[in-house]
Design a binder for this molecule. Structure first.
Ligand code: GUN
Length: 293
């Protein structure tokens, strides 16, 4: 293996350690940072993400409040749960696990979240403030990716950053953050309409794969020495595993690690950073609520 491993688990632990005294200070003011989580339906991956987020909260002495609704819950029922979280003073952060069932408008549900409690950074208010570099909650996965790149000392100024994927929760916000002056990369966003994907990825000094397609990025699509960030978490069928599946990123890790300069593993790369930035935003929301009191 030639690439350096970018250890998201280790960085996540060190950021979480930094939150401990802030949580203690809040507790001294009788405030326990609280994250409310709404899970609609029974998607196994969503159930597993939500339990990881709740476990991380509790490990740091924060509170988590879970509400589950069946897959056939109406938009009105979902919005009503969000509104009850908005008005609950014990709740500082709200997370509605996505995706929502097809009959429900994610936009409508997200718009119902109070921007002050939007620790996912998904509301139009927070996304707009991110665009104009005003204080806001940054979306957790893009924020985690930026922290990983910065901590690894990757040269970003003037670098060609290629993002493969244009989702509202990862690709689009990352494209905005990577063009901030503090990072100053030249950004290309590739998507399903992109012609000749490899032509773009091969020019990337920083390649961020967030398409949700297992092992999309092959070794011959990567520039030697590039920093490769794999946001993908895909369950692929694997009869050799007891569960019948294994986790695969959007990057063909075994091939790409021989070409890249640095690479994130799956699991243990971006995933722990996403959860950590959620905790970070929730602590911040609790601190801001203390100031407003
Ligand atoms: N589904 C996949 N990633 C995320 C995330 O970061 N937040 C929420 N709420 N749902 C997701």
């Amino acid at each position: 293996m030639s690439a350096t491993l970018l250890d998201g688990k280790k960085l996540a632990e060190s950021i979480r350690k930094g939150l401990v005294p802030r949580i203690e200070a809040l507790k001294n003011k009788a405030i326990i940072p609280g994250l409310a989580v709404l899970l609609v339906g029974e998607d196994p991956a969503s159930i597993s993400y939500v339990s990881a987020k709740e476990k991380a909260c509790e490990e740091l002495g924060m509170k988590s409040f879970e509400k589950r609704l069946p897959a056939n819950a109406s938009e009105a029922e979902i919005v009503s749960v969000v509104k009850s979280f908005n008005s609950d003073p014990k709740v500082h952060g709200i997370l509605v696990q996505l995706p929502l069932p097809k009959n429900v408008s994610e936009t409508k549900v997200i718009e119902a979240i109070s921007p002050e409690k939007d620790v996912d950074g998904f509301t139009p208010e927070n996304l707009g403030r991110m665009m104009i570099e005003e204080p806001c909650y940054l979306p957790c996965t893009p924020h985690g990716v930026i922290k990983l790149i910065e901590t690894a000392g990757v040269h970003t100024k003037g670098a060609n950053a290629v993002i493969v994927g244009r989702s509202n929760i990862v690709g689009k916000p990352l494209s905005v953050l990577m063009t901030r002056k503090s990072i100053n990369s030249t950004v290309t966003v590739c998507h399903t309409g992109t012609k000749n994907l490899a032509e773009h990825t091969k020019r990337a000094d920083i390649l961020i794969a967030c398409a949700g397609v297992p092992e999309l990025i092959k070794g011959d699509m990567v520039k030697p020495g590039a920093c490769v960030i794999d946001v993908g978490v895909n369950r692929v069928t694997d009869a050799t595993k007891a569960k019948g599946w294994r986790l695969a990123g959007d990057v063909d890790f075994n091939a790409v690690k021989e070409v890249a300069g640095s690479i994130t593993p799956v699991p243990g790369g971006v995933g722990p950073m996403t959860i950590t930035m959620l905790l970070f935003n929730t602590v911040e929301a609790a601190e801001r609520s203390a100031v407003r009191k």
